[in-house]
Structures are given as structure tokens and as C-alpha cells.
Design a protein. Sequence first.
Length: 298
Amino acid sequence: MTLLAPGDRIQLTDPKRKLHTITLAAGAQYYTHRGAIEHDDIIGRPEGSVVTSTNGSSYLVLRPILEDYVLSMGRRAAIIYPKDAFAIIGLAGIGAGSRVMEAGAGSGALTCFLLNAVGASGEVTSYETRPEFAAVAQGNVETWFGTSPDNWTLIPEALPTDPQPTALDAVILDMLAPWECVAAAAHSLSPGGRLIAYVATTTQLSKFVETTRADQRWTEPRSTESLVRTWHLEGLAVRPDHSMNGHTAFLSVCRRLADGTVLPAPKRRPAPGAYGPDYAGPRPPDVPLSDEESGLSG
């Protein structure tokens, strides 16, 4: 059992289940609206202990897990929330030894999850075009891991449009226009490698999916969103909570085909009007023009 010591990051949970994250230091105090808490009352105790503030309020003491950290860390860009980070790691098949690239590091939340997942034997490369975001991501990653991980490379620039082939296992695109990086991802991924786009709107989702179809180097995309609903549990009062962690983004995933492979045409025909005259995106190669578009109507 490792006892809590100066320099440890801990999480205090108050009687209303509000979380407070602090770093222990000998002789220091943490002030809350329920009174002060002496760090020395925590140092030397095991996790799962309870300490009391100067006004008699009790606080549960635990080390935070990564989910707690990313929800409370400093940010300049919006973060990828844990529910989506968990889904990304699962959908992309990321595990120990995986080689992963993300375009759009933001505040570094997903970066921390990816580095945890790939372990010391894997590699993560992060691109971030905005230097102020890159600086925040660097600081947040170093705070969580205690240093900048040796297997992480942060590049403060845009993803190259024609990168050298790197045989990656997964590419995650967290940006406004991920369809602009579909070709670059194809250069970077091994056959069977996974491409995931994280987008907020249906128009972004549609354009990304149709771009991958028109590119013809990808399996049929699968698109999802994750909704998390907590429950109130108290005796016989068991019901859904009134609020929930709803829509944050859509995830669309597809896999790189081997060079020269032609994906079998889908047997399901597009819905009438799906690619009508008002559709402005890329058209899958096996979808013919309608009579109205080809000028044959009337």
C-alpha cells in the first residue's frame, strides 16, 4: 500500500459530491467554503480516507483517475470528453504497442487517453496548428504524466497533405474539416488501419462520410454518438437523473483498404433524393445522376 505523500495529486469529494483536485504540499492548507483542510492531515494516510475541515465537514480522499483529471484540467480548446475518448479507443482498436496519430490536439485530453492506451511500447504523434492550444496540451500532458512522455511527439503545425507513409494503426481527426485530411490519412495508415473523425454537426458528418466513399480507399464508414445517462439511486427511489451527458460529437470510423482493392458495391440502393440537385458534397462513384441532374427530365 502506497501512502499519500507531498507532490501527490488528490481528489477531495465534499458532502454534495463536488470534486476538488489539489496537489499535496507539507504545511499547506486548502480553503473551501466549508472551511480549511490541512494537507498534513492527509499526508501519510492511505487512499480512501476521510479528512475533516475546520468547520467539521468531511471530505473523501482519493487519487484522481484520468477521467477526473481531464474534466478539471485547464483548457483553451474544448476537450474530447471521457465518454467519447473511451469510444474512440475501442472503435480504433487502440492498445499496447499501437502507433497512433491525432490531428487537432486541442487541450490534450484525448492525448492523455491515447498515451495511456498505447503504453510504453506504443507511439502517439499529435498535430496542432494553433500554438496557444499546443502549449496548453503540452502542459496538461506533462502534468498528468509528470514529464513529457518519450513516446509522444507534439508537432505545432497542420497535418501534411502528402505525408510519407508511416504504417500507423490509427488516425484520429478532431478538426472543423476532417474531409480535407482523408488523403493524408490514407498515406499514413497501414492496410486495415482505422480512421476516426470527431465532428459536432450532421453536415460535417455527412461531408466526411461521402468524402471517404468517393476516395475509394476505405471500408463503408460507421457513425455513432454516445449518450450517457446517470441514475438516482436511493432506497426505492430508483429513476433516471433529470439531466444527462448528451450530444457532444459524432464519431465516424472506417478502415484503410489495401492498395488496388475495390470495395464491393453495396446492395442497398440510396434513398430517393439522397443525392439530388441540392446535394453539394462528393458523390460515391457508383451513384448515377438523377434525370433532373442529367437534364433528361421534362
